[in-house]
Design a binder for this molecule. Structure first.
Ligand code: NAD
Length: 490
């Protein structure tokens, strides 16, 4: 294919601090969902290309892991200022490759800054333990890095999700292979360049582009110690099974179906704006999107306000595109099926067209009422700006619907009753709960991760829980006083 005419130069892997060519790799088109135009090309790297990156990471590991954490973290202080310096350019890149609005793209990079700030606090959190365990005998526990680790990312947050893993894993002394989504590879190049500018030694972060071939090669590579994955549930499952069967540590985050339970005593305006923003933010392409609402009892007034709010969300203005033509077709198919099954479409975003972007992949904000739990739209992840509303008479019935879904990323309740809120906090079967919050992302230092089919593996991917994932404990017992009494443990 002709690469000179592309808006962005063809993507190259980034190994040992340099962009490198992969002459044998076939190229894949990279589209901008805003216009449907091909904007770049991506190499479908091979297992041998991955191996070259792993070797670079292995070469960097001894010096990097031996660098005191207080020195490692200095690079990330500098990196944070570079993210802030280049905020506009980074946000533009996210918008171009992912299709979100500029405000959403900027918020994503601001979140990357917050994740970097948390990593800068790690020296305060990982100082280890020490105790005299018997007379003159001392035990200490220290957190040590794992070695070469891998991070596999999805398309929906090209900048933020890589920052879920890169700063923490690297500050804790690991070297990394990043495998971005083949749909959004531009941001990763810039992240690697900025880290180099901040002073990251060559080989500590390497970027390998490609598709499932690289994911499988990561799971199989004998010199990769741990794999983090973020993506859809079917792939998360196969990655978790394959990586752990190769005796690697793995945390694999999957898809979601998040329920927003709305009670009649909820604050109408606050609830309406939160629910509308939750279902439509990032065009509904968030694992935290409140794609399903359960109205408990008399909530018609609140539903009317939600529709009013959703009407203000306009494709091409404050609503971005979805990622691909296939995604647009899938979402519109969900709406059509729900309607055919008897649900009532209160606001229809099908066939949205944005003037000047007629070939962009837009779906307008959509609200569908009287969905029933047996409908496909109530069960599957739609991943578009669509709210499916179910109705129940009691909170227990609403919780039964939430509990029956196989995912467990987030759930939220909208109410002015502390008792009802507490009841949902206790009984919702999900890892992240919102009370009058539609997108209950736990900000740093809290950890991000769902339950059930939304996450496989023991630790969360960010925050304090990730320290456990990216490190292993070394326990040392010492005795320096030969005169001390010998007992069973000395
Ligand atoms: P995806 O599962 O299609 O892709 C994720 C990664 O897996 C990509 O890097 C891709 O190259 C790779 N991949 C794709 N098919 C593969 C295969 N057959 N074998 C091995 N690897 C494969 O996910 P996506 O469409 O990029 O992202 C959207 C999904 O991610 C949604 O389900 C969303 O809920 C989920 N997600 C979850 C979280 C979370 O925190 N739980 C966060 C963001 C996104």
């Amino acid at each position: 294919m002709e690469t000179q005419a592309l808006k962005y130069p063809a993507i190259r892997n980034y190994v040992a601090g340099q962009p490198i060519d992969t002459p044998a790799a076939a190229l894949l088109d990279v589209f901008s969902p805003l216009s449907g135009a091909v904007i770049s090309a991506l190499p479908l790297s091979s297992a041998a290309d991955l191996d070259a990156a792993v070797k670079a990471a292995q070469a960097a590991f001894p010096a990097w892991s031996a660098t005191p954490i207080k020195e490692r973290v200095q690079i990330f202080y500098r990196y944070k200022t570079l993210l802030e310096r280049d905020m506009k350019a980074l946000a533009d890149l996210v918008r171009e490759e992912n299709g979100k609005t500029l405000d959403e793209a900027r918020a994503e990079v601001e979140k990357a800054v917050e994740l970097t700030e948390f990593a800068c606090s790690l020296p305060q959190l990982v100082q280890g333990e020490f105790l005299e365990v018997s007379k003159g005998v001392e035990a200490r526990a220290e957190r040590k890095p794992l070695g070469v680790v891998a991070s596999i990312a999805p398309f929906n947050f090209p900048n933020m999700v890589p920052h879920w893993t890169i700063p923490n894993a690297l500050v804790l002394g690991n070297c990394m292979i990043l495998k971005p989504s083949e749909k959004v590879p531009l941001s990763a190049v810039k992240i690697a360049e900025l880290l180099k500018e901040a002073g990251l030694p060559d080989g500590v972060l390497n970027v390998v582009n490609g598709d499932k071939t690289i994911v499988e090669a990561i799971c199989d590579h004998p010199d990769i110690a741990a794999v983090s994955f973020v993506g859809s549930t079917p792939i998360a499952k196969t990655v978790y099974i394959r990586a752990t069967s190769n005796l690697k540590r793995c945390v694999a985050l999957g898809g979601a179906k998040n329920h927003l339970m709305v009670l009649p005593d909820a604050h109408p305006d606050m609830t309406a704006s939160n629910v509308a923003a939750s279902m439509s933010g990032c065009a509904g392409q968030r694992c935290m999107a409140g794609s399903t609402m359960v109205g408990v009892g008399a909530v018609d007034g609140i539903v009317a306000k939600i529709v009013e709010e959703a009407r203000k969300i306009v494709a091409g203005q404050n609503l971005g595109s979805v990622i691909s033509k296939e995604a647009k077709e899938r979402i519109e198919q969900h709406i059509a099926e729900a309607e055919a099954a008897g649900a009532k479409v209160l606001l229809d975003g099908r066939h949205a067209v944005v003037p000047g972007h007629e070939n962009g992949y837009y779906v307008g904000a959509t609200v569908i009422d009287y969905v029933t739990p047996d409908m496909r739209i109530a069960q599957e992840e739609v991943f578009g700006p669509v709210l499916a509303i179910m109705r129940t008479n009691t909170l227990d019935e609403a919780l039964a619907i939430e509990n029956a879904n196989p995912y467990g990323n987030a759930a939220a309740v909208f109410t002015s009753s502390g008792a009802s809120a507490r009841y949902v906090m206790d009984h919702a079967n999900a890892g992240m709960i919102g009370v009058n919050i539609g997108v209950p992302v736990p900000r740093e230092p809290f950890s991000f991760g769902g339950w059930n089919e939304s996450k496989f593996g023991a630790c969360d991917i960010t925050g304090k829980s990730s320290i456990e994932f990216w490190t292993q404990l070394k326990k040392t017992t010492t005795k320096w006083n030969p005169e001390s009494r010998v007992n069973w443990m000395s």
